[in-house]
Design a protein around this ligand. Structure first.
Ligand code: ADP
Ligand code: ADP
Ligand code: ZN
Ligand code: ZN
Length: 844
């Protein structure tokens, strides 16, 4: 590495020095990087950027911080992983803003993450317009999550749930015996209810719709729970005779109306499947008391600028700011009555709105003005969430901190990148340091200092190829980053493929899309572009996916949600239909960035199916056969083979008082996940835990003679995942890695053509060199007769596609239209497109 004191670029105030870093694949490296600067870490995926920035620098800062604050925690630290490094000097305390791995489990909203909601509540409490005679209410009473604030009818949920005859009896031509009451339990539970009805004298063999309304209402809605003798297997006549004869019944059954069953199950079951099943029969409507606003009437009666607090919280931040601005300089007057009665209110309003507007401005600068305070964070993309957190930090007035960020440009259109750079600049000016892992060339160019890690991934990486001001990287011939940073900007001209037909949508209404028409060319590679929030995902990942799936009769995979289904906000208005083109689509594959599993029990080997073959190999070894170990024995999810102390997780959770719990390696198996007997079985001198510890690259040579395994591993390498370990838990994988694993799993299958592939920002987390590999794979899919549609911000990918659909022009209400559609050259020439200027730069 270059000696920083020779640097001609800038005079830095101080340096962080690292000696002997060996975390993960790092090769005992030494490094000196400036403080109070924007330091960008570059390199191909798996080269070791994160191991250095997060695994070493951030982890060490965190460890020192915890050690300094909690002597109690210190005692537990020997169980916590300490970064493999000899020494780090000059390291300030660190704050990490990492891309969310997996979906956030905590329920929160834009307002709570940014803490803006607290300020807005304060504004309403202290400076709102109260109806005459109403006394002032505390800020908490403007939150639906408090007893003081929650609407008493819906308990702050905003929705009430009900069941109707139509929802519980979808087909009223059926008889009760034919299961007209779909909402009742299946199997025995439903039969039991039917038999009780027979005993009670109801007709179970007449079509539902012909039964008297009084009977139908009782069966569906009664709160009574009569207990009745049950004679299973008897006809109604036999049952009546048995009753008359007072024949001993089989048992006494308790009746439960369909509504009672649905609500009782929903409220009490522990099984998500049961919950989901009964939920199908529930209809939700806005609470009539609060109109879905979740607050009690007294809170909603307080207005500011004519809006109640919920109305204000539902506006895009951009609109909210423009409403508040007149109050910041006193140009807007409060209600005159208020002003005479409480002159201090005007001053309070001014103070709070000034603070609010200044904070909102940061969010607007980061291109997030289309969000509303009420928007729930699980519906945000990881990039949006990271920028929200960044904005919150910008306003926290911390200084002397190092912020460690993971690809803050993810999800950002090139036209928004400048704002991001300004935000980073702001943090730096306030006296902070920035360590950023990034692939976006515009950001890399703006760095004060570059650290290029590589040259390749895993074992073939982990070295510092360069550390210094950006321009010096040009001299480094081993760098994979230099050619993209300093090379030819434009791409060689190529002739776009001709569409083989068109998939046409009409009447598309979703989020900010209103009655939109869209046409996707078939048999080619299409990119969908537009600023963040313009409506790309609404169009592609939501509407297109749903309509095509519905046409194909695929049930959409139910979202595995961990959030309480009651709190999910349903899409308001949705519409759209396919008018042409479905005849040539036989299959739909969505390759998204959702995790491949939510627990450390799933990993790449299990997800791709590769592990099944591996387990069979182990079961076929002489020792396994002699001991009668089957393939199940080699699964860490099955009791017989796994370590019982950690139940096959390899980790145990350590609870820390006042601090988030940490995972520590299992003291019994030391992370191997299996019991000792299982580990005695060797296949070519490796036990099953050794295999899970291999990288894809290593396994690729190890399993050379096993064609099925070898093939699966080849595909994983082709999508740039050669550096991942087979057993790396799903929870440790980034969204981009999960997406590439899904893509590889798909590529491994035989290609039949006529498949529509949909990908949302597949280049996230990818170095330009990896992007090329990914593009080659996607182009192979197209050449095999498939259609690929990709939401994308990387202009190199857009320039290389056959067709571009540009959504916009702006975000939220200012977007939602198709601004331009055509070949890259055609879209680059569009005067209205915000994408055009950036695309033009790449085309000759
Ligand atoms: P980058 O950030 O450049 O994509 P990483 O630092 O994430 O690269 O990974 C560098 C190497 O370290 C890779 O070979 C990767 O498989 C390995 N690695 C990453 N995380 C872990 C982990 N938790 N345990 C062991 N190895 C890991
Ligand atoms: P893009 O993919 O171009 O970034 P999106 O389709 O995600 O844009 O968003 C378009 C608009 O729809 C934005 O105003 C966004 O806030 C809104 N939106 C997107 N998803 C949801 C949702 N689940 N609930 C409410 N609004 C949403
Ligand atoms: Zn209510
Ligand atoms: Zn264990």
């Amino acid at each position: 590495a270059k000696d920083p004191t020779n640097s001609t670029a800038k005079n830095f105030t101080g340096y962080v020095t690292v000696r002997g870093a060996r975390e993960h694949n790092l090769k005992n490296i030494d490094l000196t990087i400036p403080r109070d600067a924007l330091v960008v870490f570059t390199g191909v995926s798996g080269s070791g950027k994160s191991s250095l920035a997060f695994g070493t620098l951030y982890a060490e800062a965190q460890r020192r911080y915890l050690e300094s604050v909690s002597p109690y925690a210190r005692r537990l630290f020997h169980q916590m992983a300490v970064p493999e490094v000899d020494a780090i000097e000059g390291l300030p305390p660190a704050v990490a803003l990492q891309q969310q791995r997996g979906t956030p489990t905590t329920r929160s909203s834009v307002g709570s993450v940014t803490t803006l909601s607290n300020l807005v509540r304060m504004l309403y409490s202290r400076a709102g317009d109260y109806p005459a005679g109403q006394s002032i209410i505390y800020a908490e009473a403007f939150s639906p999550n408090t007893a003081e604030g929650a609407c008493p009818v819906c308990h702050g949920l905003g929705r009430i749930y009900e069941v109707t005859e139509k929802s519980m009896v979808p087909d009223d031509s059926l008889t009760i015996r034919e299961r007209a009451i779909a909402a009742w339990p299946t199997a025995w539970g439903g039969q039991n209810q039917r038999d009780i009805l027979v005993t009670l004298g109801f007709d179970v063999d007449t079509p539902w719709r012909e039964l008297p309304q009084k009977d139908r209402d009782w069966i569906l809605f009664t709160e009574e729970q009569p207990v009745a003798p049950v004679y299973p297997g008897y006809t109604p006549e036999q049952t009546q005779r048995a009753l008359k004869r007072k024949e001993e019944p089989n048992y006494m059954g308790t009746f439960s109306s369909a509504r009672r069953h649905v609500f009782h199950t929903f409220a009490n079951t522990n099984s998500p499947q049961m919950k989901k099943r009964v939920q199908q029969y529930m209809l939700s409507t806005d609470c009539p008391n609060c109109q879905g606003k979740r607050l009690r009437p007294e809170s909603l009666s307080v207005k500011f600028a004519g809006y109640d607090i919920t109305e204000l919280s539902r506006l895009p931040l951009k609109r909210m700011a423009s409403i508040l601005i007149p109050y910041t300089d006193g140009t807007a007057n409060l209600n005159s009555q208020q002003q005479t009665d409480h002159p201090e209110q005007a001053i309070v309003a001014q103070r709070i709105t000034q603070d609010l507007v200044a904070r909102i401005q940061v969010l607007l600068d980061l291109g997030l003005g289309y969000l509303s305070l009420e928007r729930s964070t699980p519906t945000l993309s990881p990039g949006e969430l990271q920028r929200l957190r960044l904005a919150t930090q910008l306003y926290s007035h911390l200084f002397g901190v190092v912020y460690v960020l993971d690809e803050p440009s993810a999800g950002l259109h090139p036209s928004d990148t400048l704002a991001l750079l300004k935000a980073l600049e702001g943090l730096k000016k306030a006296g902070n340091s920035l360590f950023v892992v990034e692939h976006n060339l515009d950001i890399i160019r703006h760095a004060d200092w570059l650290v290029d890690v590589g040259p390749d991934a895993g074992e073939k990486g982990g070295q510092i190829l360069y550390s210094g001001p950006p321009q010096g990287l040009q001299q480094i011939t081993t760098s994979r980053t230099a050619p993209y940073l300093f090379g030819e900007l434009t791409l060689p001209a190529r002739t776009p493929r001709q569409p083989m037909g068109w998939l046409k949508l009409a009447g598309v209404t979703r989020n900010n899309l209103i009655n939109l028409e869209a046409a996707f060319p078939l048999g080619v590679f299409t990119t969908v572009t537009g600023v963040s929030g313009s409506g790309k995902s609404s169009l592609v990942s939501q509407v297109l996916v749903e309509l095509v799936a519905e046409h194909l009769g695929h049930a959409l995979p139910l979202e595995e949600e961990e959030t309480d289904t009651l709190e999910r906000t349903e899409p308001q208005e949705t519409g759209g239909y396919i008018t042409a083109g479905m005849e040539s689509i036989k299959r739909l594959v969505r390759v998204d960035q959702k995790p491949i599993g939510r627990t450390p029990r799933s990993n790449m080997a299990t997800y791709t199916g590769l592990f099944d073959y591996v387990r069979k190999l182990f079961a076929a070894t002489p020792m396994a056969r002699a001991r009668k170990y089957d393939a199940g024995r080699f699964s860490f999810n099955v009791a017989k083979g796994r370590c019982e102390n950690c139940q096959g997780e390899g980790f145990v959770m350590v609870e820390l008082l006042f601090l988030p719990s940490v995972y520590a390696p299992c003291p019994v198996c030391h992370g191997a996940r299996y019991n000792a007997a299982t580990l005695e079985v060797l296949y070519r001198n490796k036990n099953i835990a050794d295999v899970l510890n291999m990288t894809v690259d290593a396994a690729h040579s190890f399993f050379e003679e096993e064609p099925l395994i070898h093939r699966a591993l080849s595909v994983l390498r082709e999508v740039g995942l050669g550096y991942l370990r087979l057993g790396q838990p799903a929870t440790e994988l980034s969204g981009g890695e999960a997406q590439r694993i899904k893509l590889a799993t798909e590529l491994q299958k035989a290609q039949r053509g006529n498949t529509l592939y949909i990908l949302d920002e597949p280049t996230t987390g990818l170095h330009p060199a990896d992007v090329e590999k990914l593009l080659a794979q996607l182009n192979n899919l197209v050449d095999a007769g498939n259609t690929v549609v990709v939401v994308e911000h990387t202009m190199r990918v857009v320039a290389d596609s056959d067709w571009v659909i540009d959504v916009g022009p702006g975000a939220g209400e200012e977007g939602g239209r198709i601004v331009a559609a055509g070949t890259p050259a055609q879209v680059a020439a569009s005067p209205d497109s915000k994408t055009a200027p950036f695309l033009k730069q790449l085309l000759v």
